[in-house]
Design a protein around this ligand. Structure first.
Ligand SMILES: C[S@@+](CC[C@H](N)C(=O)[O-])C[C@H]1O[C@@H](n2cnc3c(N)ncnc32)[C@H](O)[C@@H]1O
Length: 406
C-alpha cells in the first residue's frame, strides 16, 4: 500500500473522512445516544446500515439503473451512502483529472454537484472559490455543512436543467476557469433525445468559461454511460469544440465503431479504509478509481498540437498472450493495437512492459501489423505524459489526421 504524502489526493481525502462522518451523523434521524462513535470510522451498527444503503444505491445506479435521474439524494439513507462511499471516490476522480488541466483553475462551478466532492476536490487542488449547483436541497445542505466544517469558500444554489432556466442565471455575468459535471450527465433526459440535449447543456456550460478555461465531465466507467459520453463528445467536436483530454484523435471517436468498445480511465489510488470497509459490507470492490471523462476547452480555443512523433494514449489494460504483450492505444492517427514480443524487449523499449491505462507514449521504429502496429528490437518507448498529467503540446502545425486508420 502506498503511503500518502501531504498535498497528494489520498492525503487530502483522509482529512475529509471525519467531516463526512460528522455531517452524516448530524443529519441522521434517531442518532444513537450512548457510545461515542470514533471520528474517522463507523460503529458496527452504522457499518451495517450504510453498507446496506450502498448496496441499494449501487444496484440502482449500475444494473437496471432505475435510480439514475431519481431523487435518491433526498432520501436520508441513500444520501448517507453517497457521502461515505461515493463522495470519496468522486473526489479522487476529480483530483485525478483536474491534475491533467494545463493550468490550475481559480473559480469553479460544479453542476450536479450533489454534496460537492468535485467542488471540494477543485478547492483542494488550488482553486480559490467554488459554486455548487444541484436540484437536491438536501445534498446542497450537506455540501454547505461540509464547507463550514472545512472552512472552505463554497457557495451553493439550486439548479435543475429540466426547468430550462438558463445556466447564466446561476451566477449572472460570472465566468469560471473550470466547470465540473460529475456523474450527472448520464442522469439527464434518459431516452428523450438525450445525446443532443446533453450536448446542448454542455455547450451552455462551455459558454460560462473564461478564456483558457475547461469543462470537465466525469461519468461512470460502464459501457453504456461511457459510450453515451463519447457520442456527446462527437457532437461537441462536430460543433467545433476542442477536446483537451483524454482524446488525441480529432475525428469521430473510434471506440464507437464497435458496439463492444468503450473508453475509460483508471487511476491507481488506494481508497480510504472507510470506502474499502463499506465496499466489502456492500459486496463491492473499489480498489482502483475507474471513470470515463472528457475535458473540453473553452469556446474559440483550438486543439493543442499533439506532441511530435508517433504518440498514443494507452486505452486498455495490459493484454498479455503467448510471449507477447499488447495494449490498445489511441492517438492522432486513431485507435489501434500496439504489440511487443517478449523476445524483442530491449532497454530502449522495456518501458512498454509497465504502462498504465492513460499514459501517453511516443514510439519509434514500429511496423504495421494487422490492424495495429508491432514494436520490435529496434523500437523505443518513451512516456510523454503519465496518466493524469497534462500532455505537452507539440510544435504548432503538427498534422493531425481526422479519420481512424488514415
Ligand atoms: C451521482 S450524483 C453526482 C454527485 C457529484 N457530482 C459526484 O460527482 O459525486 C448525481 C447528481 O446529479 C443530480 N441530478 C440528477 N438529475 C438532476 C437534474 N435534473 N437537475 C439537477 N441535478 C440533477 C443529483 O441530484 C445528484 O446530485
Amino acid at each position: 500500500m502506498r503511503v500518502p504524502t501531504p498535498n497528494d489526493p489520498a492525503h487530502d481525502l483522509a482529512r475529509w473522512i471525519p467531516r463526512l462522518l460528522a455531517v452524516w451523523r448530524e443529519g441522521r434521524r434517531g442518532s444513537r445516544g450512548g457510545r461515542r462513535p470514533p471520528p474517522d470510522a463507523l460503529l458496527p451498527d452504522e457499518l451495517r446500515e450504510v453498507g446496506a444503503a450502498v448496496a441499494r444505491l449501487s444496484r440502482g445506479l449500475t444494473r437496471e439503473r432505475e435510480l439514475a435521474g431519481a431523487r435518491y439524494l433526498d432520501e436520508e439513507r441513500l444520501l448517507g451512502a453517497y457521502l461515505l462511499f461515493y463522495w470519496p471516490v468522486s473526489y479522487l476522480q476529480a483530483r485525478g483529472t483536474i491534475s491533467e488541466l494545463p493550468r490550475r483553475p481559480r473559480a469553479v462551478l460544479d453542476l450536479g454537484s450533489g454534496p460537492g466532492p468535485m467542488a471540494f476536490a477543485a478547492l483542494d487542488a488550488g482553486a480559490a472559490e467554488a459554486l455548487a449547483a444541484d436540484r437536491s436541497a438536501r445534498a446542497l445542505s450537506a455540501a454547505r455543512a461540509l464547507a463550514r466544517a472545512a472552512g472552505e469558500p463554497l457557495g451553493a444554489r439550486e439548479w435543475n436543467p429540466a426547468r430550462r432556466t438558463p445556466l447564466e442565471a446561476l451566477a449572472p455575468g460570472r465566468r469560471f476557469d473550470l466547470v465540473t459535471m460529475g456523474h450527472v450527465v448520464n442522469e439527464l433526459w434518459k431516452g428523450q433525445d438525450e445525446d443532443a440535449r446533453r450536448a446542448d447543456l454542455l455547450e451552455e456550460a462551455l459558454r460560462l468559461l473564461a478564456p483558457g478555461g475547461s469543462l470537465l465531465v466525469v461519468e461512470p466507467a460502464l459501457r453504456d454511460t461511457s459510450r453515451a459520453l463519447l457520442r456527446v463528445r462527437d457532437l461537441l467536436v462536430a460543433r467545433g469544440h476542442a477536446v483537451r483530454a483524454p482524446c488525441l484523435f480529432r475525428g469521430p471517436c473510434p471506440a464507437l465503431l464497435r458496439e463492444s468498445d468503450w473508453c475509460h480511465a483508471e487511476r491507481p489510488i488506494d481508497p480510504p479504509p472507510l470506502v474499502t470497509q463499506l465496499g466489502k459490507a456492500a459486496g463491492l470492490r473499489k480498489e482502483a478509481v475507474k471513470m470515463s471523462y472528457l475535458v473540453v476547452a473553452a469556446p474559440g480555443e483550438g486543439w493543442a498540437a499533439p506532441p511530435a512523433g508517433r504518440v498514443f494514449r494507452i486505452v486498455s489494460e495490459p493484454l498479455p498472450s503467448k510471449g507477447r504483450l499488447r495494449y490498445m492505444g489511441c492517438g492522432p492517427e486513431g485507435r489501434m493495437g500496439l504489440a511487443l514480443q517478449e523476445k524483442h524487449v530491449t532497454d530502449a523499449n522495456r518501458r512498454f512492459e509497465s504502462l498504465l491505462r492513460g499514459d501517453v507514449i511516443e514510439v519509434t521504429g514500429v511496423e504495421p501489423r494487422g490492424d495495429g502496429i508491432a514494436l520490435g528490437e529496434a523500437s523505443s518507448v518513451k512516456v510523454v505524459a503519465p496518466a493524469g498529467r497534462p500532455v505537452p503540446a507539440g510544435p504548432p502545425g503538427t498534422p493531425a489526421p481526422t479519420t481512424a486508420g488514415e
